[in-house]
Write a protein that binds this ligand. Structure first.
Ligand code: FMN
Ligand code: SF4
Ligand code: SF4
Length: 365
C-alpha cells in the first residue's frame, strides 16, 4: 500500500518521465496504433523506430526467439520519412507521454539526418535520438543537427566502441544532451538444426542479438559511459524485470529502455517492472528512485579488494542438494553423513558455489 509513495519520476535532459522506463526503437514503436497502446502502460516515454527516407521491407523471417529466450532480428522495415512525419503529427496531438523520435542515421548522410531531425523537431517531438554504426558519421550528424533542433538530442551507441572515452568527449563537445546505449549486438546467427538453416531470412542469415543474453554487456557499458559523461544516460539492452532496471540505474542510468521484453512478454512488462521497482525501493526504505543512480560507483570505490576469502557453509540452511559438490573444480566441498564439509585447504575462493547455491547457504569469508 505504501508502495505508491515512492517517487519514480526522473528528469531526462529536461524531459520529465513519470517512470524511468522507456519503450525503445523497434516494431512496437514503429506505428501509431502500437505507440498509443504502449502509452497506456507505466512507461515514461516512447522512442520511435528509426526511419529511412523510403519505406523498406524486411526479408522474412526477421525476428526469432533464440534458445536462450532472447531475440535475433534483421528488422529493417519502416514507413519512410514522409509517412512517418505524418504519423508523428497525429501522435503528438494527444499522446499522454513524451515522444522521442529516432533518426536511423546509418542509412543517410549526416546532412540528410540533420534535415530529418529538424523536420521531426518542427513536428513537435520531445527529443531526438541519432544512431549510426559509423561513429565518426554519428558525431558529424550531432554537430550538424544540434543548432537546428530545440529539443534534447540523444546519441544512441552501438556496443564495443574501442575509443569510447574519446567518442564520448566528441559527442559532448558536439552538443548532445544524453547518451543511449546500446543497440542490439551483432552480427550474430542461430541455426535451426532440423533444417540446417539460419533462423533469419536475411541473405547472409545474419541478425542482431537483444534481450536477456546481452544484459551484462549493457551493465558494464553503462557503468563505463556514466564514468566519463555528466549527461543523462539511457540504459537499454537485456532489461526484462525490476531487478535489471534497478541494476541499470545503480551503474549510472537515468532511464531504462526495453524493446525485446515487451515483444516477448507483452506491454504489461512495463507495469510489472514499474510496480516491482516501487516495491523494491519501498522494502529498502528508499523514497526516490533517483537516490540509487550511480550507487555502484560509490560502493565499488569503497569495497575491500582481496584474494583471501574462502567458502563457508551455514549448515542450518544447507538442503544437501549437492550442487556445490558437482560444480567445484577444486573438489573442496564434500557431502558427509554429518552434512557439507568445505576442505578449506583446497578452496581458492572463486565464488562459483556461492552464486549457484539455491539455499543461500554459502558465502565467502
Ligand atoms: C526487432 C527489433 C527492431 C529494432 N529496431 C531498431 C531500430 O529501428 N533502431 C534502433 O536504434 N534500434 C532498434 N532496435 C534495438 C533496440 O531498440 C534496443 O536497442 C536493443 O534491442 C537492446 O534492447 P533490448 O534488449 O531491450 O531489446 C531493434 C531491436 C529489435 C529486437
Ligand atoms: S549448493 Fe548449497 S544447499 Fe546445495 S549442498 Fe551446497 S551448500 Fe548445500
Ligand atoms: S569458492 Fe570455488 S573453490 Fe571454493 S568451494 Fe566454492 S567453487 Fe570450490
Amino acid at each position: 500500500m505504501g508502495e505508491r509513495r515512492v517517487n519514480l519520476k526522473v528528469d531526462l535532459a529536461g524531459i520529465e518521465l513519470r517512470t524511468p522506463l522507456l519503450l525503445t526503437e523497434g516494431p512496437l514503436s514503429g506505428n501509431v496504433a502500437s505507440i498509443r497502446r504502449a502509452a497506456e502502460h507505466r512507461l515514461g516515454a516512447i522512442i520511435t523506430k528509426g526511419q529511412r527516407p523510403e519505406p523498406a521491407v524486411s526479408l522474412t523471417p526477421y525476428i526469432a526467439q533464440t534458445r536462450e529466450r532472447s531475440l535475433i532480428n534483421a528488422d529493417w522495415s519502416d514507413m519512410g520519412y514522409a509517412a512517418w512525419l505524418q504519423a508523428i503529427r497525429t501522435l503528438k496531438a494527444d499522446l499522454p507521454v513524451p515522444l522521442i523520435a529516432s533518426v536511423a542515421k546509418n542509412y543517410v548522410s549526416p546532412q540528410v539526418a540533420a534535415d530529418q531531425a529538424e523536420a521531426l523537431s518542427e513536428a513537435g517531438v520531445d527529443g531526438i535520438t541519432l544512431c549510426d554504426y559509423n561513429v565518426p558519421a554519428l558525431i558529424e550528424a550531432v554537430r550538424l543537427t544540434r543548432p537546428r533542433v530545440k529539443c534534447p538530442l540523444i546519441a544512441k551507441l552501438i556496443p564495443f566502441i574501442p575509443n569510447l572515452e574519446e567518442v564520448l568527449n566528441d559527442l559532448v563537445a558536439a552538443g548532445i544532451d544524453g547518451i543511449a546505449a546500446m543497440d542490439s549486438v551483432g552480427p550474430v546467427m542461430e541455426i535451426d538444426i532440423e533444417t540446417g538453416l539460419s533462423t533469419m531470412g536475411s541473405p547472409d542469415g545474419e541478425g542482431y542479438l537483444s534481450g536477456r543474453a546481452i544484459r551484462p554487456i549493457t551493465v558494464r557499458y553503462i557503468y563505463e559511459i556514466s564514468r566519463h559523461v555528466d549527461v543523462p544516460v539511457i540504459a537499454v539492452g537485456g532489461v526484462t524485470d525490476y531487478a535489471s532496471a534497478i541494476e541499470m540505474m545503480m551503474v549510472g542510468a537515468t532511464a531504462v529502455g526495453m524493446c525485446t521484453a515487451p515483444l516477448l512478454h507483452g506491454l504489461n512488462v512495463f507495469d510489472e517492472v514499474a510496480d516491482g521497482m516501487e516495491r523494491w525501493l519501498a522494502d529498502h526504505g528508499i523514497a526516490d528512485v533517483n537516490e540509487i543512480r550511480g550507487l555502484t560507483h560509490r560502493r565499488q570505490a569503497q569495497r575491500l579488494i582481496t584474494s583471501d576469502k574462502r567458502a563457508v557453509v551455514a549448515l542450518e540452511r544447507c538442503t544437501r542438494c549437492d550442487r556445490c559438490v558437482q560444480s567445484c573444480f577444486k573438489a573442496a566441498p564434500e557431502m558427509t553423513d554429518d552434512g557439507l564439509v568445505i576442505h578449506i585447504e583446497r578452496c581458492v575462493g572463486c565464488g562459483l558455489c556461492v552464486s549457484i547455491c539455491p539455499a543461500d547457504a554459502l558465502c565467502l569469508d
